[in-house]
Design a protein around this ligand. Structure first.
Ligand code: 5RP
Length: 217
Protein backbone atom coordinates (compact mmCIF):
# COMPACT_ATOMS: atom_id res chain seq x y z
CA UNK A 1 0.00 0.00 0.00
CA UNK A 2 1.19 3.53 -0.68
CA UNK A 3 1.97 5.91 2.16
CA UNK A 4 -1.02 7.99 1.12
CA UNK A 5 -3.33 4.96 1.27
CA UNK A 6 -2.07 4.25 4.81
CA UNK A 7 -2.76 7.87 5.79
CA UNK A 8 -6.29 7.56 4.41
CA UNK A 9 -6.83 4.32 6.33
CA UNK A 10 -5.80 5.95 9.64
CA UNK A 11 -7.91 9.02 8.89
CA UNK A 12 -11.04 7.00 8.20
CA UNK A 13 -10.52 4.95 11.38
CA UNK A 14 -10.60 8.20 13.38
CA UNK A 15 -14.28 8.68 12.48
CA UNK A 16 -15.08 6.16 15.24
CA UNK A 17 -14.03 8.81 17.76
CA UNK A 18 -16.41 11.48 16.44
CA UNK A 19 -19.39 11.59 18.74
CA UNK A 20 -20.93 14.97 17.97
CA UNK A 21 -20.66 18.56 19.13
CA UNK A 22 -17.74 20.67 17.95
CA UNK A 23 -14.50 18.88 17.09
CA UNK A 24 -10.96 20.11 16.54
CA UNK A 25 -9.34 19.53 13.17
CA UNK A 26 -5.61 19.71 12.43
CA UNK A 27 -3.61 20.23 9.27
CA UNK A 28 -1.79 18.19 6.64
CA UNK A 29 -2.30 15.50 4.04
CA UNK A 30 -3.53 12.89 6.57
CA UNK A 31 -6.01 15.38 8.00
CA UNK A 32 -7.18 16.21 4.48
CA UNK A 33 -8.33 12.59 4.21
CA UNK A 34 -10.02 12.94 7.60
CA UNK A 35 -11.88 16.08 6.49
CA UNK A 36 -13.04 14.34 3.32
CA UNK A 37 -14.32 11.38 5.37
CA UNK A 38 -15.90 13.70 7.95
CA UNK A 39 -17.98 15.24 5.17
CA UNK A 40 -19.88 11.94 4.95
CA UNK A 41 -21.06 12.22 8.57
CA UNK A 42 -21.19 16.00 8.88
CA UNK A 43 -24.80 15.89 10.11
CA UNK A 44 -23.52 14.30 13.32
CA UNK A 45 -21.43 17.31 14.39
CA UNK A 46 -22.19 20.97 15.05
CA UNK A 47 -18.99 22.07 13.37
CA UNK A 48 -15.22 22.20 13.63
CA UNK A 49 -12.48 24.40 15.05
CA UNK A 50 -9.66 24.47 12.52
CA UNK A 51 -5.91 24.75 13.08
CA UNK A 52 -5.07 26.44 9.77
CA UNK A 53 -6.36 28.50 6.89
CA UNK A 54 -5.86 25.49 4.59
CA UNK A 55 -8.02 23.19 6.71
CA UNK A 56 -10.63 25.93 7.17
CA UNK A 57 -10.95 26.24 3.41
CA UNK A 58 -11.30 22.48 2.94
CA UNK A 59 -13.88 22.17 5.74
CA UNK A 60 -15.95 24.99 4.26
CA UNK A 61 -15.77 23.46 0.78
CA UNK A 62 -17.44 20.38 2.28
CA UNK A 63 -20.12 22.54 3.94
CA UNK A 64 -18.81 21.84 7.45
CA UNK A 65 -19.30 24.93 9.70
CA UNK A 66 -16.03 26.36 11.05
CA UNK A 67 -16.21 27.93 14.51
CA UNK A 68 -13.93 30.27 16.41
CA UNK A 69 -12.25 28.48 19.33
CA UNK A 70 -13.28 31.34 21.63
CA UNK A 71 -16.92 30.54 20.95
CA UNK A 72 -16.57 26.78 21.22
CA UNK A 73 -15.41 26.03 24.79
CA UNK A 74 -13.73 22.67 25.47
CA UNK A 75 -13.68 20.37 22.45
CA UNK A 76 -14.45 16.66 22.82
CA UNK A 77 -11.76 15.55 20.38
CA UNK A 78 -8.94 16.91 18.27
CA UNK A 79 -7.82 14.94 15.22
CA UNK A 80 -4.43 15.74 13.72
CA UNK A 81 -1.44 14.16 12.03
CA UNK A 82 2.21 14.13 13.09
CA UNK A 83 5.67 14.10 11.60
CA UNK A 84 6.95 11.66 14.24
CA UNK A 85 5.59 9.90 17.32
CA UNK A 86 7.36 7.84 19.97
CA UNK A 87 5.72 5.02 21.93
CA UNK A 88 4.62 7.50 24.63
CA UNK A 89 2.64 9.36 21.92
CA UNK A 90 4.91 12.38 22.29
CA UNK A 91 5.09 14.01 18.89
CA UNK A 92 6.99 16.22 16.51
CA UNK A 93 4.57 18.39 14.56
CA UNK A 94 4.77 21.44 12.36
CA UNK A 95 5.97 20.04 9.06
CA UNK A 96 3.14 22.03 7.51
CA UNK A 97 3.94 25.08 9.66
CA UNK A 98 0.66 25.10 11.57
CA UNK A 99 2.15 24.07 14.93
CA UNK A 100 1.04 27.03 17.05
CA UNK A 101 -2.65 26.78 16.27
CA UNK A 102 -2.35 22.99 16.45
CA UNK A 103 -0.93 23.19 19.95
CA UNK A 104 -3.68 25.56 21.04
CA UNK A 105 -6.49 23.38 19.70
CA UNK A 106 -4.87 20.23 21.13
CA UNK A 107 -4.65 21.94 24.53
CA UNK A 108 -8.32 22.90 24.38
CA UNK A 109 -9.47 19.35 23.58
CA UNK A 110 -10.35 16.48 25.89
CA UNK A 111 -9.00 13.72 23.64
CA UNK A 112 -6.24 14.14 21.06
CA UNK A 113 -6.48 11.50 18.34
CA UNK A 114 -3.33 11.44 16.23
CA UNK A 115 -3.51 9.84 12.77
CA UNK A 116 -0.51 8.76 10.73
CA UNK A 117 0.96 6.07 8.55
CA UNK A 118 3.12 3.61 10.48
CA UNK A 119 6.41 5.08 9.23
CA UNK A 120 5.85 7.99 11.65
CA UNK A 121 6.38 5.79 14.72
CA UNK A 122 10.00 6.10 15.90
CA UNK A 123 12.07 5.08 18.92
CA UNK A 124 13.57 8.50 19.53
CA UNK A 125 12.18 11.79 18.23
CA UNK A 126 14.41 14.08 16.19
CA UNK A 127 15.24 12.55 12.85
CA UNK A 128 12.52 14.77 11.39
CA UNK A 129 13.82 18.37 11.66
CA UNK A 130 12.09 20.02 14.61
CA UNK A 131 9.97 23.04 13.53
CA UNK A 132 10.10 26.13 15.74
CA UNK A 133 7.86 29.14 15.03
CA UNK A 134 9.63 32.42 15.79
CA UNK A 135 8.84 36.13 15.79
CA UNK A 136 10.65 37.52 12.69
CA UNK A 137 12.98 39.94 14.57
CA UNK A 138 14.17 37.12 16.84
CA UNK A 139 15.15 34.71 14.05
CA UNK A 140 18.95 34.96 14.36
CA UNK A 141 18.96 35.17 18.14
CA UNK A 142 16.75 32.09 18.47
CA UNK A 143 18.91 30.25 15.92
CA UNK A 144 22.02 30.94 18.04
CA UNK A 145 20.26 29.63 21.16
CA UNK A 146 19.19 26.48 19.31
CA UNK A 147 22.81 25.87 18.31
CA UNK A 148 23.70 26.07 22.03
CA UNK A 149 21.19 23.27 22.59
CA UNK A 150 23.02 21.10 20.06
CA UNK A 151 20.81 21.61 17.01
CA UNK A 152 21.39 22.92 13.51
CA UNK A 153 18.59 25.37 12.72
CA UNK A 154 17.71 26.08 9.10
CA UNK A 155 15.41 28.98 8.21
CA UNK A 156 12.41 27.75 6.16
CA UNK A 157 12.75 30.45 3.52
CA UNK A 158 9.76 31.82 1.59
CA UNK A 159 7.40 30.53 4.26
CA UNK A 160 5.23 32.68 6.55
CA UNK A 161 2.94 31.04 9.11
CA UNK A 162 -0.77 31.81 9.40
CA UNK A 163 0.28 34.01 12.35
CA UNK A 164 2.75 36.07 10.28
CA UNK A 165 5.86 34.44 11.77
CA UNK A 166 8.86 32.40 10.55
CA UNK A 167 9.87 28.76 10.97
CA UNK A 168 13.29 27.41 11.90
CA UNK A 169 13.70 23.67 11.21
CA UNK A 170 16.19 22.23 13.68
CA UNK A 171 18.27 19.34 12.36
CA UNK A 172 20.55 16.91 14.21
CA UNK A 173 18.64 16.72 17.49
CA UNK A 174 18.20 13.46 19.34
CA UNK A 175 15.27 14.24 21.60
CA UNK A 176 15.67 11.84 24.51
CA UNK A 177 13.81 14.03 27.00
CA UNK A 178 10.97 15.59 25.00
CA UNK A 179 9.23 17.36 27.90
CA UNK A 180 12.43 19.03 29.09
CA UNK A 181 13.42 20.18 25.62
CA UNK A 182 9.90 21.43 24.90
CA UNK A 183 10.09 23.64 27.99
CA UNK A 184 13.66 24.80 27.25
CA UNK A 185 12.88 25.88 23.69
CA UNK A 186 9.57 27.46 24.67
CA UNK A 187 11.50 29.59 27.18
CA UNK A 188 13.74 31.21 24.54
CA UNK A 189 12.64 34.82 23.97
CA UNK A 190 11.11 35.15 20.53
CA UNK A 191 9.94 31.56 20.26
CA UNK A 192 6.21 31.36 19.68
CA UNK A 193 5.92 27.58 19.72
CA UNK A 194 8.17 24.55 19.43
CA UNK A 195 6.86 21.56 17.50
CA UNK A 196 7.42 19.07 20.34
CA UNK A 197 4.05 17.92 21.66
CA UNK A 198 5.14 16.13 24.84
CA UNK A 199 3.66 18.17 27.70
CA UNK A 200 0.33 17.52 26.00
CA UNK A 201 0.93 14.32 24.00
CA UNK A 202 -1.68 12.51 21.93
CA UNK A 203 -4.11 10.26 23.81
CA UNK A 204 -4.57 7.83 20.94
CA UNK A 205 -2.35 7.16 17.94
CA UNK A 206 -3.99 5.47 14.97
CA UNK A 207 -1.42 4.04 12.57
CA UNK A 208 -2.28 2.96 9.06
CA UNK A 209 -0.55 -0.33 8.19
CA UNK A 210 -0.76 -3.08 5.58
CA UNK A 211 -2.52 -5.24 8.17
CA UNK A 212 -5.13 -2.54 8.87
CA UNK A 213 -5.32 0.36 11.32
CA UNK A 214 -3.82 -0.20 14.76
CA UNK A 215 -4.25 2.01 17.79
CA UNK A 216 -1.78 2.85 20.53
CA UNK A 217 -2.99 4.48 23.75
C1 5RP B 1 1.27 20.39 10.15
C2 5RP B 1 1.51 19.13 10.89
C3 5RP B 1 1.10 17.86 10.25
O1 5RP B 1 0.21 17.18 11.08
C4 5RP B 1 2.31 17.02 10.00
O2 5RP B 1 3.24 17.76 9.23
C5 5RP B 1 1.97 15.71 9.28
O3 5RP B 1 1.59 16.00 7.97
P1 5RP B 1 1.08 14.88 6.97
O4 5RP B 1 -0.23 14.40 7.46
O5 5RP B 1 0.98 15.62 5.66
O6 5RP B 1 2.11 13.79 6.93
O7 5RP B 1 2.01 19.11 11.99
O8 5RP B 1 1.81 21.50 10.81
Amino acid sequence: MSQDALKKQAAEAALDYVEGGVIGVGTGSTVNHFIDALAGIKGRIEGAVSSSEASTERLKRHGIPVLDLNAAGELSIYVDGADESNAQLQLIKGGGGALTREKIVAAASKTFVCIADESKLVQVLGKFPLPVEVIPMARSYVARELVQLGGTPIWRENFITDNGNLILDVHNLEIVEPMTLEQQINNIAGVVTVGIFALRPADVLILGSAAGPRSLK
